[in-house]
Design a protein around this ligand. Structure first.
Ligand code: ADP
Length: 168
């Protein structure tokens, strides 16, 4: 049976932190599916389609890695994809409680599915989608934090948002 891991998240947008986790883990699986989810708790800067395009461009033509989207529960997607492992990244202690709750909830919903947590690389543990949006908003340097096409997309989108919002 194919070993498939699903890496769910908002990826708004994908960062070098996410890409590092995917790269490090992909050797251990036959396929890694990056699952872009629409969070009801967070408002997003990029649409699902835009986020998918940015991810596809970031992973180039690695046949092991696939991108998909899903609206429902991750465990329901897992059944559909015949995947047994949910992949998540762990940065600092603050991530821990959230990830523990999420993993426990998923375990209750689907006991046969395992969540695997991978520690962020020390040089990328502080990188977050929220952080890169904040830096982009203030026109800071994003080199090394996101791929260059993501940096470009962030700048274009934020310029547009700033121009669109009425001056107070
Ligand atoms: P969510 O909205 O589900 O939190 P994110 O897109 O923010 O989704 O993150 C998806 C997963 O990737 C989460 O498990 C998160 O902890 C992890 N992650 C985010 N940034 C990094 C990073 N720099 N290094 C390692 N893991 C990360």
């Amino acid at each position: 049976m194919k070993k498939i891991a699903v890496y769910p998240g908002s990826f708004d947008p994908i960062t070098n932190g996410h890409l590092d986790i995917i790269e490090r883990v992909s050797d251990h699986f036959d396929q890694v599916i990056i699952l872009v989810t629409s969070s009801s708790q967070k408002s997003s800067l990029f649409t699902i389609e835009e986020r998918i395009r940015l991810i596809e461009k970031s992973i180039k033509r690695n046949k092991k890695i696939k991108v998909d989207q899903f609206d429902g529960l991750t465990v329901d997607y897992m059944k559909k994809a015949k995947a047994k492992v949910i992949l998540r990244g762990l940065r600092a202690v603050v991530d821990f409680e959230y990830e523990l709750t999420l993993a426990s909830m998923n375990k209750r919903l689907s006991p046969k599915i395992e969540t695997m947590l991978v520690f962020a690389s020390p040089e990328l543990y502080y990188v977050s989608s929220r952080g890169v949006k904040e830096i982009a908003m203030n026109r800071g340097k994003l080199t090394g934090l996101v791929p260059s096409h993501v940096e470009k997309a962030l700048k274009e989108r934020l310029d547009y948002v700033v121009k669109k919002s009425p001056k107070s």
